[in-house]
Write a protein that binds this ligand. Structure first.
Ligand SMILES: O=C(O)CCC(=O)C(=O)O
Length: 236
């Protein structure tokens, strides 16, 4: 990102809890990333699988991509040199595998093993990976990058945000629908290669896709901090 663009995006991101970075990648890089993810998906025998985790560990192209110059430029500007990728999820909405996501905050992190620690919990296992809810400060240090591998206009289930809703910490569950009803909703369509930056605590949702197209998104989370008490990020 050029310096001016970068400072504008950072300001927007800090204020609203999300921001759009227009495709900073070469076409070749996005094609190579998509191809690697599709080969991985094929190896999992899950051609219509809506999503999977742990790509940073299991797909070397994704691991290299997360450390690419274009990604480092964004995350270092937001988190400093210590920023590292800590979690990955791949989503694909298609007519065969389509869903809506209700308003929520992202409250979980993935860790290598369960070590009961003050401020952490509840614990859960998602597709074989241990997850826990960490304290607010850890969530506030995370930045998520959604890299779009397909065009994602509104009708392809574009993500929606309530601007500024990340600023009040972890909301009581009864508070979530109230805020969604009263807050102002911004829908965030994206082009192939665009990156949507978001704070995990921002209220977000998405509709079902109404197109016959793929809607592939690589979701990467970054943090600049180490976890306490022997806990480790599972994918760092
Ligand atoms: O990709 C989407 O539509 C929503 C994903 C989501 O809700 C999330 O990353 O928590």
């Amino acid at each position: 990102m050029a310096f001016l663009t970068q400072s504008k995006v950072i300001k927007e991101f800090e204020q609203n809890g999300f921001a759009l970075v227009r495709n900073p990648f070469s076409d070749a890089r996005i094609e190579a990333l998509t191809k690697a993810i599709e080969s991985f998906r094929e190896s999992q025998k899950s051609a219509v699988f809506a999503g999977f985790r742990n790509l940073l560990k299991e797909c070397s192209t994704v691991k290299e991509f997360a450390k690419s110059r274009e990604i480092r430029e964004i995350v270092v500007a937001l988190q400093g040199e210590k920023s590292k990728p800590v979690r990955s999820i791949f989503f694909d909405k298609t007519p065969a595998s389509n869903w809506y996501v209700t308003w929520h905050q992202d409250l979980s992190i993935a860790v290598e093993q369960r070590i009961d620690t003050e401020g952490f919990g509840p614990w859960s296992v998602k597709e074989g990976t241990i997850h826990t809810q960490p304290p607010r400060e850890i969530l506030e240090n995370i930045v998520s990058l959604r890299i779009h591998l397909d065009p994602c206009p509104a009708e392809n289930g574009a993500i929606k945000f309530i601007a500024g809703s990340h600023a009040n910490g972890i909301l009581e569950s009864a508070e979530v629908p109230k805020r969604a009803e009263t807050g102002s909703v911004t829908e965030c369509p994206a082009e192939k290669g665009d990156v949507i930056l978001m704070r995990p605590l921002i209220l977000h949702s998405s509709s079902k896709s109404t197109t016959p197209d793929h809607r592939r998104v690589l979701h990467l989370e970054f943090s600049a901090i180490d976890l306490p008490n022997g806990l480790n990020w599972t994918e760092a």
